[in-house]
Design a protein around this ligand. Structure first.
Ligand SMILES: *[C@@H]1O[C@H](CO)[C@@H](O)[C@H](O)[C@H]1NC(C)=O
Ligand SMILES: *[C@@H]1O[C@H](CO)[C@@H](O)[C@H](O)[C@H]1NC(C)=O
Ligand SMILES: *[C@@H]1O[C@H](CO)[C@@H](O)[C@H](O)[C@H]1NC(C)=O
Ligand SMILES: *[C@@H]1O[C@H](CO)[C@@H](O)[C@H](O)[C@H]1NC(C)=O
Ligand SMILES: *[C@@H]1O[C@H](CO)[C@@H](O)[C@H](O)[C@H]1NC(C)=O
Length: 572
């Protein structure tokens, strides 16, 4: 079917104008090309799998393991009637246990163990205000050892997912293939391992030495390399209900984007992605990674310490996540973060900014309760100050975005024999980014911060990094190389140039190699566990960092309204 000529001409321009709104979190976009218009409207296929599941009574679907559910004690469970949007965006009424919070004075204070995380290891860079960690960024190669020829494509937006310690390989990497003039967004998956040069003293007994070939591909410090050939991640296309005005161009772009993989509270490997929405234009969808990559099923079910199949799937098919009431949803949704306080309850944190936070409980089939955010909570994030805006590095369009999935953290060390996970305080943490844009609204810099919130309802925000965080060999845009390296004397002496225009963090995961009892522990860790940060570099690169939790969560600021202690804040 021929398209009106005017549409063919206008689309590339519309894409140019619009790309930064669509890819706020991933500053890289396919280049508009002459092929684009031909693809619109003609690649839309009907759904292959049902994309919405009927509402299920959660108490019937707990996994068959002898799970003793540890639910925080200060909650009261009471059935309520909820208005839930069904497949046709009409409303059905269901009755569900809703967690009601009982205000408690103790929640005004922050856990004692978090107080140890307020001190800063060093002064921030005096120009850029960053705190630099001593951890390097390592390279990632998608060329498997077995391959005959090297991988020539370029990749970005890695999401690194740690397999259980008994798996044959250490990680699963999903990366987006940098589009080369085509509209289809391709994501590939491989199993991968980390290697270190033989000369580097092995920090952990199970770390693997690099071969010559590895060092050739990854550089002198080693890194993460595919073991299996990258295979395309296919999920069914989803239709957009309605993309209007400036969003019209998104209606038919094939493929998904912003994949994130993490463990749910009962150890399910969940893949969340952005794709066309059955309620509006773009939405978030969840599917169990085992349904996409069946090889994982056997791994999940073969824990040496627990017999039986892996965790029951909450998302066996692609399921759209929703907001309640439906009128509160936006046409283009993105960056939602899931967290699981127990093995049977999960929540979505839709947004977290300097003025707004919205949380709801997932009640099955992607449906949620209305907003349960504590109305008494004061915002914890801050926008640039007048002084910062008066300088040349910030403007009033800076915005906070959730970036990575969240991890649960027991606030003591695994190596500490008096640390009892049953009674220690527990929190969630995630990485968020302050996106800074130029006057055209195009991203110039993503600043990396850690946020920490309570694992007990109402999940109050507890702390945030005082300063944005840089890794050892990373620089930040909009300052000169000298300014960026001001806190690294050797780099200054070598006249080290800037490295990486825009780096953004897509995922955090507890590193491979801990001896978990079963997969339900994969999303939970201790202060002395290591975390892998997946990092996208400009429009053509990917890297990762490995950081101990207690080092990532240092130099924190306590959120307003939480009880403060008298700490010396003079380094600000
Ligand atoms: C859910 O299942 C439990 C246990 O079988 C039952 O007591 C409860 O009434 C059910 N709730 C609904 C809404 O069906
Ligand atoms: C930092 O690490 C990345 C990823 O390994 C690498 O590509 C880059 O060259 C390094 N930067 C510097 C300044 O050494
Ligand atoms: C990553 O690879 C680049 C060359 O491609 C190399 O210069 C850099 O040193 C490597 N990074 C590390 C941390 O080894
Ligand atoms: C959710 O509730 C919080 C606290 O009352 C409020 O600040 C926030 O704006 C609400 N979110 C939405 C989308 O209404
Ligand atoms: C060990 O854990 C206990 C309880 O969590 C804590 O009070 C103590 O300070 C910890 N010891 C060390 C050396 O971190």
């Amino acid at each position: 079917m021929a398209k009106p000529l005017v549409k063919r001409i206008l689309l590339p321009f519309a894409l140019l104008v619009l790309f930064y709104t669509a890819f706020r979190n991933t500053p890289v976009v396919p280049q508009p090309s002459a092929q684009y218009p031909n693809l619109f409207g003609e690649h839309q296929e009907p759904l292959h799998v049902p994309i919405n599941r009927p509402f299920v009574n959660k108490s019937h679907t707990w996994d068959h393991w002898d799970a003793v559910d540890v639910f925080p004690t200060n909650v009261e469970s009471k059935p309520v009637e909820l208005e839930i949007p069904n497949q046709d965006s009409k409303t059905v009424r269901v009755s569900t246990p809703l967690i009601l919070t009982v205000p408690q004075n103790s929640q005004r204070s922050i856990p004692q163990a978090l107080l140890g995380q307020l001190e800063c290891p060093r002064a921030p860079n005096r120009f850029t205000n960053h705190i630099r960690l001593p951890n390097l960024l390592y390279n990632i190669s998608m060329s498997p050892r077995s391959a005959v020829s090297r991988e020539e494509r370029t990749f970005w937006n890695p999401t690194i997912f740690a397999l259980p310690y008994w798996a044959k390989n250490q990680y699963i990497v999903v990366s987006m293939v940098t589009p080369d003039g085509e509209a289809l967004r391709r994501n590939v998956l491989c199993e991968a391992n980390i290697c270190h040069p033989k000369s580097a003293a092995p920090r952990l007994a199970h770390e693997r030495p690099c071969s010559e070939d590895d060092l050739d591909l990854l550089g002198p410090n080693g890194g993460l390399r595919c073991v299996t050939a990258p295979i395309e991640v296919t999920v069914p296309p989803t239709p957009a209900a309605k993309c209007e005005g400036r969003e019209q161009v998104f209606a038919d772009i094939p493929g998904f984007h912003d994949p994130r993989i993490f463990y749910s509270g009962r150890g399910e490997p969940i893949l969340i992605l952005s794709s066309q929405s059955q309620y509006a234009c773009i939405g978030l969808w969840a599917i169990d990674l085992r349904a996409v990559y069946p090889d994982l099923e056997g791994t999940m079910a073969s824990s040496p310490k627990r017999l039986g199949p892996g965790p029951v799937m909450s998302y066996p098919t692609l399921t759209e996540l929703t907001r309640s009431p439906p009128s509160s949803r936006r046409s283009y949704e993105k960056n939602w973060v899931m967290f699981s306080p127990s093995s049977s309850s999960s929540y979505l944190q839709y947004e977290l900014t300097s003025s707004r936070r919205t949380i709801a409980q997932l009640i099955g089939g992607g449906l949620t309760t209305p907003n349960i955010t504590d109305p008494l909570e004061e915002p914890c994030l801050q926008d640039p100050t007048m002084e910062e805006i008066a300088g040349s590095h910030y403007n009033e369009n800076s915005a906070w975005h959730q970036a990575t999935p969240s991890l649960k953290l027991i606030l003591c060390s695994r190596s500490n024999l008096t640390c009892n996970p049953e009674i220690a305080d527990t929190v969630f943490f995630a990485i968020i980014q302050r996106k800074n844009v130029n006057i055209l609204g195009l991203p110039v810099r993503y600043e990396r911060y850690v946020v920490v919130w309570s694992a007990a309802p109402p999940f109050n925000m507890l702390a945030v990094s005082r300063h944005p965080i840089l890794m050892a060999n990373e620089t930040t845009s909009s300052w000169t190389a000298e300014e960026s390296w001001d806190d690294v004397p050797e780099a200054l002496l070598e006249n080290r140039p800037l490295w990486g225009r825009i780096t953004y963090t897509t995922t955090i995961a507890y590193a491979w190699g801990r001896e978990e009892k079963d997969v339900r522990e994969k999303g939970t860790g201790h202060l002395d566990d290591d975390v892998i940060l997946s990092i996208g570099v400009d429009d053509e690169g990917q890297a990762y960092a490995r950081v101990k939790v207690s080092e990532l969560l240092q130099c924190m600021r306590v959120c307003p309204g939480r009880e403060q202690v008298n700490l010396d804040e003079s380094e600000d």
